[in-house]
Design a binder for this molecule. Structure first.
Ligand SMILES: NC(=O)c1ccc[n+]([C@@H]2O[C@H](COP(=O)([O-])OP(=O)(O)OC[C@H]3O[C@@H](n4cnc5c(N)ncnc54)[C@H](OP(=O)(O)O)[C@@H]3O)[C@@H](O)[C@H]2O)c1
Length: 358
């Protein structure tokens, strides 16, 4: 029996993870956390003793002593839990990409000391992990991340002036929480994933390509030095990567249907439009700058997305806020979590300065 601490239990990933646990006999929940939602009914239904709404996730994890931490919190709030699991060698099933983007160097150092598994839950990284598993690094030529392109794929920049929150939240292929759905529309999500892939797999930025693939059937591809290209395909359903990470290495059965290839499945790919969606190129620049530049990118984006969702900032200004913060933030490397928290706070202050109060 694997005991799972589910952080972000009330969110999109959290709810799907609960369904996976309910259907998988070898999994049980030992801890639940949310930001502000009440968890008492969920805890009672699943007989979970360790429950926390808001507050310190590390304290909850210390008490619950899980076998696996599923970090499905949204945003920088997930950093402490990511570092806790890696430092202690507790298996980390990671959906919270923001923590790996912001704290990449600290996370790698913590994993080195702790020696535990880091299993990506992001579908693209789960795909890459599976294509890479068992291969030595020197056989790998490059990674390919696929992007759906979001609801505004194919539009010119001028056509994005004045797009509403409602239009932005209407994602064509994935049903997800509001923050990541906005990030998918701006391509900041693919920017975060680019940095996440660099941290997870140690591949240089110039060997990670992003391609737009509107149907979201191919989740990730790896090119090898002999000319082979391995791809991971499946319906766009987060059940698969969640179940893969929670039951690793068993790959438990799920109810997700198999792809029907003979019915005429076609796969289309195109280059991303970096002029209309500048947040992807900005992420590449922040990743290459290293230090706390990725943390500043993430913090500025979180502030700008919140302002957009609250109607205080136009869609196109999200990228402007992030670009301005990256130009102004120090970017100096973080020696420890305190340094990182300070860099995050500095970027948030800078970003708030560029956002109308309301
Ligand atoms: N949704 C997807 O399909 C998908 C796919 C790949 C990766 N991800 C990543 O997975 C993460 C979660 O995404 P989501 O779409 O599930 O988001 P979501 O639906 O907005 O859910 C966020 C969850 O985090 C909780 N939370 C927020 N602040 C917290 C805090 N300070 N302490 C503890 N819990 C807190 C929320 O609790 P409340 O209910 O109390 O607010 C909620 O349970 C994000 O990093 C996202 O990028 C998501």
């Amino acid at each position: 029996m694997k005991r799972i601490a589910l952080l972000g239990a009330t969110g999109s990933i959290g709810r799907q993870a609960i369904e996976v646990v309910e259907r998988t006999p070898e999994l049980e929940l030992c801890a639940l956390a949310s930001g502000s939602s009440d968890l008492s009914r969920l805890a009672a239904e699943h007989g979970v003793e360790h429950v926390q709404t808001g507050g310190d996730l590390v304290e909850l994890l210390e008490q619950a002593e899980p076998d696996v931490v599923l970090n499905a919190v949204v945003g920088f709030a997930g950093v402490g839990a990511t570092l806790w699991a890696l430092e202690r060698g507790v298996t980390l099933a990671l959906a919270n990409k923001e923590s790996l983007v912001a704290a990449g160097d600290l996370a790698l150092a913590a994993r080195e000391r702790g020696g535990g598994m880091l299993l990506p839950v992001d579908s693209e990284h789960s795909a890459l992990f599976q294509c890479l598993e068992g291969r030595s690094g020197d056989t790998v030529d490059s990674l390919v991340l696929t992007a759906s392109g979001g609801p505004f794929r194919g539009r010119a920049r001028a056509e994005l002036e004045g797009v509403t929150v409602e239009e932005t939240l209407a994602h064509p292929t994935w049903s997800m929480g509001p923050k990541i759905t906005v990030d998918s529309a701006t391509l900041a999500n693919k920017g975060l994933e680019l940095i996440e892939a660099h941290v997870l797999f140690g591949v240089p930025y110039d060997a990670i390509e992003v391609v737009v693939h509107p149907s979201s059937i191919v989740h990730g591809l790896v090119r090898f030095r002999d000319g082979a290209l391995l791809a991971h395909l499946g319906h766009p359903d987060m059940t698969v990567p969640i179940s893969y990470a929670l039951t690793y290495p068993q790959r438990a059965a799920t109810e997700v249907p198999q792809l029907d290839l003979a019915s005429g499945l076609t796969l289309e790919f195109e280059a991303p439009d970096l002029d209309t969606f500048p947040l992807l190129a900005l992420a590449r620049r922040a990743g290459e700058a290293a230090g706390t530049a990725p943390a500043a990118y993430n913090a500025a984006n979180e502030v700008a997305v919140t302002a957009f969702l609250e109607g205080r900032l136009p869609f196109l200004a999200i990228a402007d806020v992030v670009a301005d913060v990256l130009g102004a933030a120090s970017g100096a490397p973080a020696r420890d979590l305190d340094d990182l928290v300070e860099a995050d706070a500095e970027a948030r202050r800078l970003a708030e300065g560029g956002v109308p109060v309301g």
